[in-house]
Design a protein around this ligand. Structure first.
Ligand code: SF4
Ligand code: SF4
Length: 123
């Protein structure tokens, strides 16, 4: 990340939250058409995670498989039973992101949700 880019780090806050901002696949279930869905998840996953080789951990599940049209709900429920949200980033476990802070994508380290911003602004 360039030194000039903002970085927001409050691991206690985000661990307590559990990573609501990491539900990165759910919006597509509302707006992407069924035909597009067959490839969208894999494409978006690779776009979002352009530097997986730096993460130091393996993804918890394959988002394209868990979200493909016709995926049995039992497959998605089996992930939930493990504490994995099939609508969330494949690196979000029950306690939030499994990637060490220093190895996370730039867009994740530079993100601060509105609630966090509001809390810092208003005390
Ligand atoms: S940035 Fe906000 S929504 Fe995302 S994990 Fe942290 S507290 Fe939760
Ligand atoms: S890489 Fe980590 S912080 Fe970024 S969306 Fe995925 S789980 Fe969340």
């Amino acid at each position: 990340m360039p030194e000039s880019a903002a970085e927001y780090r409050d691991e206690a806050r985000c661990a307590a939250c559990g990573g609501r901002c990491c539900i990165i696949y759910y919006p597509a279930r509302c707006v992407v058409t069924p035909m597009e869905k067959s490839w969208w998840y894999g494409e978006y996953s690779d776009f979002f995670h352009s530097y997986r080789d730096r993460y130091g951990v393996e993804p918890l599940y394959p988002p394209a498989d868990a979200n493909a049209p016709g995926t049995p709900e039992t497959v998605r429920q089996a992930l939930r039973d493990l504490g994995i949200d099939p609508d969330a980033c494949e690196y979000k476990g029950p306690a939030g992101c499994i990637i060490a802070w220093e190895n996370r994508p730039d867009q994740c380290r530079s993100y601060r949700c509105h609630e966090w911003e509001w809390a810092e602004t208003n005390g």
